[in-house]
Design a protein around this ligand. Structure first.
Ligand code: ADP
Ligand code: MG
Length: 619
């Protein structure tokens, strides 16, 4: 038989990749604006025709490209931003995959003009469907202009899939707002069909927020400023009386990148607790700065997600900072730091004059130093789980039958159902003793094997456990539900309630009970066993954002997404300490999974280190 595998020609590969990067004109806007920012532009112009279906053009005064770079920039995986895999952990740029221009050029007519400051003449290139039509020397100002015309001209199905101009323009405007908000020090202009929608100079953050959301916004902004060793927060929250029925004014930026985080959103809601009318949402425009090493930016081009090493601590700091600001500006009637006032808040109050005598501050207290780690956990746990005294992470094992002490399995009894080829380490060696686990940096569970050492990522492992459990319940269509004392009313946009509606029956199979699903409101009367009521809104918001972010393709499965999403929301976070019973339970439950090796998103859940390898290190 002849061999049958072929390499796809580049233009086909590019078209396939383009489907991931470019979903609609707004995706092009995002990529081009980000490139302009990465090129250190101080002025950026966005020109749109017919909601981007005819033209998306971005002109910047950034550093431009040489002739060679101009041509190379359209090659897939051509990037000036990373050179080695290590750079991925130190990202300071928006782009890094070198896919955007190649993808866009595969499905549109693209005209690039660019010139560096040191060159007298620039370069002009025209590309249509990955084919270079012309390249010439050109007289052009320093900087870069990329014009993208006739998007999806060669993929009619995608073109027909585009929504009305109003909808597409709204997506573009949203994208533009996010970028403009994240970069107040850059001047932006935005034109649609020849009219000037937006024109702002380089300005401070308050001015930028006001420019985008209107002059009335000014009086409602309350500054939030905080700096700790792990996190710097700056920006504004809206005064409670200006809260809105929609979530249109909620913005988190992490290292100047817009992100969605239902979990951190929850932290803000917690800070506003008792201050908002039912069904109203706080406004916030918050910039978080963290060490790039401590975050994991999802490699998927269209996602606005990010993974923090220690979400738990960020949650606590954010909540306290917002609460403090609301208190300082006399918005919150009383600061309720009263429980355990001796313990203090998780961040330093330096530069703050505490006007309310109820707050006791020990300025020497540093919750992040190693010797205070105990205290930090107590605080952090209380923040996350309301009834801290009894809340155990084990309760998150929804309906898992191994729950409880009597079913603690001895590790050696655990049978591995998965393909034994995946499990060579466990096949020929049993675990020596189930007592020998310990936790490292509140992130890893370390256990011994006969042949060496096992290091488990607690968050990923728990995601795997929950994921398989949810899948099982959804598939066999039976789950135990726990009835809520009072029905829980949650407010969403019509679009969001539709997403929930579409997944209703799957959600019910995990244990949710809905009594009402209207355009803007969802009433829940039952939740899966073990899911705390306070987590319900996080789960649903996470689910909505996952569905919105997921590019529906042939492999799209709503059930799978639901199980993944719920597992992600409910899995214990890094930064949470586990006692030895909990650690053992985690190890046992992980290896009772069908596929213990990887998380639901296909990342390793554990690594092993063999004694042989350790011995080699001592040679
Ligand atoms: P990435 O941004 O992931 O590197 P892109 O496909 O968006 O990939 O861009 C490829 C390369 O082209 C960039 O790494 C950069 O060197 C160059 N480039 C793209 N746009 C601009 C621009 N506006 N100004 C200067 N250089 C640019
Ligand atoms: Mg880019």
């Amino acid at each position: 038989m002849t061999d049958i595998i072929q390499l796809l020609p580049d233009h086909v590969a590019n078209q396939i990749a383009a489907g991931e990067v470019v979903q609609r004109p707004a995706s092009v806007v995002k990529e081009l604006l980000e490139n302009a920012i990465d090129a250190d532009a101080t002025e950026i112009k966005l020109i749109i025709k017919n909601a981007g279906k005819t033209l998306v053009q971005v002109i910047d005064n950034g550093k431009g490209m040489s002739i060679t770079d101009a041509r190379l920039s359209f090659e897939r995986h051509a990037t000036s931003k990373i050179k080695s895999a290590e750079d991925l952990f130190q990202l300071n740029t928006k782009g890094f995959r070198g896919e955007a221009l190649a993808s866009i050029a595969a499905i549109a007519h693209v005209e690039l003009k660019t010139k560096r400051a040191e060159d007298e003449l620039g370069t002009a290139i025209e590309i249509e469907g990955s084919a270079v039509k012309s390249q010439e020397v050109s007289v052009t100002p320093t900087g870069t202009s990329v014009a993208v015309k006739n998007l999806f001209f060669n993929i009619p199905a995608r073109r027909n899939f585009l929504k009305s101009d109003t909808v597409e323009l709204r997506h573009i405007t949203d994208e533009f707002h996010r970028v403009a908000l994240a970069h107040p020090n850059i001047a932006f202009a935005f034109y649609h069909n020849g009219s000037d929608l937006f024109n702002v100079p380089n300005e401070n953050y308050r001015q930028r927020v006001v420019h985008i959301f209107g002059t009335k916004t000014n009086e409602k902004l309350v500054p939030v400023e905080e700096e700790t060793e792990v996190l710097k927060i700056s920006g504004f929250v809206g005064k409670p009386e200006f809260s809105k029925k929609t979530k249109s004014e909620q913005f988190f930026f992490v290292n100047q990148r817009f992100i969605k985080s239902p979990y951190l959103n929850h932290a803000i809601n917690a800070a506003f607790e008792g201050l908002l009318k039912d069904g109203y949402h706080p406004s916030y425009f918050l910039n978080l700065t963290v060490d790039p090493k401590t975050i994991d930016i999802n490699i998927h081009p269209t996602k606005t997600e990010i993974k923090f090493d220690d979400e738990h601590t960020l949650y606590a700091i954010l909540r306290s900072a917002v609460k403090h600001s609301l208190g300082q500006f006399n918005i919150a009637p009383v600061l309720d730091f009263e429980h355990q006032s001796s313990f203090n808040t998780p961040y330093n109050y330096k530069d703050k004059t505490a006007s309310t005598p109820a707050i006791e501050v020990d300025s020497h207290f540093n919750p992040f130093s190693e010797d205070k780690i105990e205290g930090k956990q107590t605080m952090v746990q209380r923040t996350r789980f309301k009834p801290a005294s009894t809340a155990s992470w084990e309760s998150l094992y929804v309906g898992l039958e191994s729950k409880g002490n009597n079913s603690q399995k001895d590790f050696s009894q655990v049978t591995f159902e998965s393909d034994s080829k995946n499990e060579p380490i466990f096949k020929d060696s049993s675990i020596e003793s189930s007592k020998t686990t310990f936790q490292l940096q509140q992130k890893y569970i370390v256990s011994t094997l006969k042949s060496g050492m096992l290091i488990i990522d607690q968050n990923r492992a728990h995601q795997r456990i929950l994921y398989e459990n949810f899948l099982k319940h959804i598939t066999i269509k039976e789950a135990t539900s726990q009835q809520l004392l009072f029905p829980l009313q949650l407010h969403f946009t019509p679009n969001e309630t539709k997403i929930i509606g579409d997944l209703k029956s799957d959600l019910e199979h995990t244990g949710f009970v809905f009594s009402e699903l209207s355009e803007n409101e969802i009433t829940i009367t039952g939740v899966p066993v073990g899911v705390p009521e306070s987590e319900v809104s996080i789960i649903l918001e996470q689910l909505i954002s996952d569905v919105e972010n997921d590019v529906p393709d042939a492999n799209f499965s709503a059930t799978d997404l639901l199980a993944k999403s719920m597992a992600k929301s409910l899995a214990i976070k890094n930064g949470q300490s586990l006692n030895s019973t909990e650690q053992e339970h985690m190890v046992n439950s992980l290896f009772a999974c069908k596929e213990p090796n990887v998380s639901p998103t296909n990342r390793p859940t554990f690594v092993t280190m063999k004694v042989d390898d350790i011995e080699k290190k001592f040679m």
